[in-house]
Design a protein around this ligand. Sequence first.
Ligand code: ZN
Length: 460
Amino acid sequence: MIEQKKLSLADCLKAATETKELLLGPSALEGIPRLLREHYDFTGVCIVADENTDAAAGKKVREVLDAAGISPAASLVFPGSPRLHAGCHHIDRITAHLAALPGPAGIVPIAVGSGTVNDLVKRAASERRLPYLCVPTAASVDGYTSYGAALLSGGFKQTFPCPAPRTLAASTAVLQGAPAYLSSSGFGDLAGKIIAGTDWIIAEKAGALGAPGTEPIDPLAWDMTQTGLLDTLNRSAEAVRGDGDAVVALFSALSITGFAMQRLKSSRPVSGCEHLWSHIWEMEDLSVDGSPVTHGHKVALGTLAAAAFTEALFAQASPPLPALGWKPPTRAEREAEVRAAFAAAIPGTGPADAAVKTALEKLADEKHARVLGDALRDNWKEIREKVRERLPPYGELRDLLARGGCPVLPEEINLSRNEVIAAARRVQMIRNRYTAVDLAWDLGVFTGVLAKMEAGPYLR
Ligand SMILES: [Zn+2]
């Protein structure tokens, strides 16, 4: 049985392997000189920001440092518009800037910004072998405290290994003043943990029955990310309107999920197939009126798509049987399926090549597929009960996301309902991490679940 224990931010920080201290409060920025003196062996500091985040917090950080007798080296400030992308070429710019400063081996980079600035500095600091300090300017992602940085390389979003910040200073006033779309993005990223949880339940059981791409549930990481999650989401929904308590609840929960990733060096506790939907849309450069849709808003729609898929999959109490005569495709047939699915949606062969590799890794031969399918059917009742205990009804989840300011209709992020449902096929092809879409595939009922999704009240 999974233990149910709600942990505090301080308890969760103890599980982190890289982050030593997180200040969260109205005067967190004033604590930066102390953080530097207690946790770093430094000869200088350098602020990296963009024009927006520099105005929101960079200026104040400089004042605090000056008052404490620490004069920061020349800052690196990226333009505020167009919105900064997590492109790898920016890393080179940051590492070159840091290397050119006097006493470069003792510089502490201070990332002042939201998810993108933090990910860029996290990776650049790691390449320079420097511990860094993070000043988050919005409760917009769970990546501030996570191990690894999500960066665009050759058109792909990939997670590059690099340590989390050694310390963070998060001013509640700064977080409250962030643009509403950033707070609602953080809310969407947090809501995705509902699916991460149900997928982890599915994966643990499927793994015990011989499926690939699975991990057993880590009880501490489970408590950190899953226990009390719906309650936390309800308390966080007003963050989009700048409510102080809600912003603290949201930022704390996002930070804790990052600590869980530090603990396991894996995003399994915080990312299931909802994030795979968002990865598909990242490959497609999804944007609205020329502005890229934020990570958290893509995750919000991915969460609804995944919830609809999961609800449709588990709709029936009896173990679902594949259509008569169903058998898994041959490797050649599977490759053709993957190439066709990607050619219709994403230009270039790069994403399709990567997906072919993953899909073939996942593909079992007919004998193994039958054994696994039967074992999953034998355990259907148990899996179904555990998943349905955690998954809120679709309508409730949609209302919760709407309350948190997230998009809840495909049209709001420039997609049609059919595109969101059809993306499930590519979702199942892009990562060897067992989720609800793999369960449907292994049961031989994938197409039937899509038909149920289409006929249901979902995504409209
Ligand atoms: Zn995320």
